[in-house]
Design a protein around this ligand. Structure first.
Ligand code: SAH
Length: 196
């Protein structure tokens, strides 16, 4: 239960993170979808992500049920966690802004879908997933509990590994050579240096 400064830092970040997603999800509510590719494995992995990134942190912060897995907070990890948290929140918001009405919670093509290659999409293809991974790292640094701390990272990584190639296949099918060229000059999560 809320016992360290780092718990409060995480809670503040968590509220901003959930609110950011809520605001942008609301904005695309009326945008029509013309294609959806949701695989069974993805749905199962998504349920694990919900448990790891929502349920366990809430149980850790507000109830004593996970106390048995607590460990003493290392000071350096708390500072590192705060910095990573800020970076994650910034990138999460920026990627939502740049993707605009093309965003979707599952793999979807919108009615007037455009390929976004500007802003944070200029050098990497998955800035939003990078932001979620960074947030998971911040969670591990800030919550000093073996279960609640690592749960988001451990559950999101498999989802990312399954989803990113499927998403890229969908984008290739939709945008063809335009996406091929975009993929050539960008990295998945790490910016690619291209020399002309
Ligand atoms: N993988 C991206 C986007 C996540 S949202 C990221 O991490 O930032 C998932 C949806 O975004 C997919 O259903 C796909 O339709 C859309 N999408 C992914 N990359 C896109 C791009 N460069 N331009 C437009 N839409 C994109």
């Amino acid at each position: 239960m809320l016992q360290h400064h780092s718990d409060l830092v995480f809670l503040a970040g968590f509220v901003i993170y959930v609110a950011t997603r809520g605001v942008f999800a609301h904005r695309v509510k009326t945008v029509e979808t013309i294609e959806k590719r949701v695989g069974g494995i993805e749905v199962v992995l998504l349920v694990f992500v919900m448990i790891g990134s929502l349920l366990l942190p809430i149980l850790y912060l507000f109830t004593p049920v996970l106390n048995f897995a607590d460990y003493p907070p290392p000071v350096l990890a708390q500072w590192a966690g705060a910095v990573v948290l800020l970076a994650a929140l910034w990138l999460f918001r920026r990627s939502h802004i740049d993707l605009g009405k093309n965003w979707s919670p599952t793999l979807e093509i919108r009615k007037e879908h455009r390929l976004i290659t500007h802003g944070v999409y200029q050098s990497i293809r998955h800035p939003m997933y990078a932001a979620i991974l960074l947030f998971s790292v911040a969670q591990a640094c800030l919550l000093h509990n073996w279960l609640a701390g690592y749960a988001a990272f451990v559950t999101f990584l498999p989802l990312y590994l399954v989803r990113a190639p499927r998403e890229e296949r969908m984008m290739r099918d939709r945008f063809g050579e335009e996406y091929e060229a975009y993929a050539q000059r960008t990295g998945r999560m790490i910016p690619k240096c291209t020399t002309k």
